[in-house]
Design a protein around this ligand. Structure first.
Ligand code: ADP
Ligand code: ADP
Length: 225
C-alpha cells in the first residue's frame, strides 16, 4: 500500500510570505483532496511534493523513500499536472505525448507507442490525436495533462487545481477519469471547489494561510462548509 507522509513542512518565500506553516499530512492509497482558497499554499505544497522546490524544513517520505534527500527516487514514480500546465503550439497530441514519454524515460519505441495510444484512449483523446494540443478545449487540455502525468506508470500523481475553468460537463468527465485512476494509484488533488473533493476523495484536508486547519472524511467535513 502506497503511503505519502508529510511532516512539519515549512516554507517562507524571499518576499516574507509564509506559504507553508508546519504542514503535516498522511496520504494513503486512493484519492486525497486538498481544499483551500486562492493563496492558501496549495501550489506551494504541490510543487514541494513534486520535488520542484525545497521547503525550509520538514520531512517527506513516500513508500520508504526519503523524498527530500532522494528526490530522483520519487520522480521515477511520480506524475505531475501543474496548475499552469503549458502546451506547445502546432504539435499533435500524439507527437507531444510521445516526446514527453521519451523525456520520462520510456525509451523502447514499441513500448512507448503502446503506452501513448493507451493513455490517449483512456483520456478519450485518441480520435483527436492528430490535432495540435494548442487547439484543444480547456477540458481536453486537462485530460491531455492527465495523460502526460500517467506516462511511465507512476505510483503517485499530483494534480493541481485541474478543474478550475472547466464547464460542468467537462468537470464531470474529468471526475470520471480521475476516479478511474484513483482505483489504482494515489491521487493527490488540490482544488478550491468543494464538489471536487466531495465527489471524488476518500480523505481530505483544508489548507488556509499555509496551515492545515481540518482533516478527515469529505462526507463529514464538507457539510460544515
Ligand atoms: P524562492 O524563495 O523559493 O527562491 P523565488 O522568489 O526565487 O522563490 O521565486 C521562484 C519563482 O516563483 C519565480 O519564477 C517567481 O517568478 C515565482 N513567483 C514569485 N512570486 C510569486 C507569487 N506571489 N506567486 C506565484 N509565483 C511567484
Ligand atoms: P494556492 O495554490 O493555494 O493559491 P500558493 O502556494 O500559490 O497558494 O501561494 C501561497 C502564498 O505564497 C501566496 O501568498 C502566494 O502569493 C505566495 N507565493 C507563491 N509562490 C511564491 C513564490 N515563488 N515567491 C513568493 N511568493 C509566493
Amino acid at each position: 500500500m502506497q503511503h505519502l507522509e508529510i511532516t512539519d513542512l515549512c516554507k517562507t518565500y524571499k518576499n516574507g510570505v509564509k506559504a507553508l506553516d508546519n504542514v503535516s499530512l498522511t496520504i494513503s492509497s486512493g484519492m486525497f483532496g486538498l481544499l483551500g482558497p486562492n493563496g492558501a499554499g496549495k501550489s506551494s505544497l504541490m510543487r514541494t511534493l513534486a520535488t520542484l522546490q525545497q521547503p525550509d524544513s520538514g520531512q517527506i517520505s513516500f513508500d520508504g523513500i526519503n523524498v527530500l534527500q532522494h528526490p530522483e527516487q520519487l520522480r521515477m514514480q511520480l506524475g505531475y499536472l501543474p496548475q499552469d500546465f503549458g502546451v506547445y503550439p502546432r504539435v499533435s497530441a500524439l507527437d507531444l505525448l510521445d516526446h514527453m514519454a521519451v523525456l520520462k524515460g520510456v525509451l523502447n519505441k514499441k513500448q512507448r507507442k503502446e503506452q501513448v495510444a493507451a493513455l490517449l484512449q483512456q483520456t478519450n483523446l485518441y480520435t483527436e490525436r492528430k490535432r495540435a494540443v494548442s487547439s484543444f478545449s480547456g477540458g481536453m487540455r486537462q485530460r491531455f495533462g492527465i495523460a502526460q502525468a500517467l506516462l511511465g506508470d507512476p505510483k503517485l500523481i499530483i494534480v493541481d487545481e485541474p478543474t478550475a475553468g472547466l464547464d460542468p460537463l467537462e468537470r464531470n468527465r474529468f471526475h470520471d477519469l480521475l476516479s478511474e485512476i484513483g482505483e489504482n494509484i494515489v491521487v493527490l488533488l488540490s482544488t478550491h471547489i468543494v464538489e471536487d473533493v466531495h465527489d471524488l476523495c476518500s480523505e481530505m484536508a483544508i489548507l488556509a494561510g499555509g496551515k492545515v486547519i481540518l482533516k478527515g472524511k469529505p462526507a463529514s467535513l464538507t457539510q460544515q462548509l
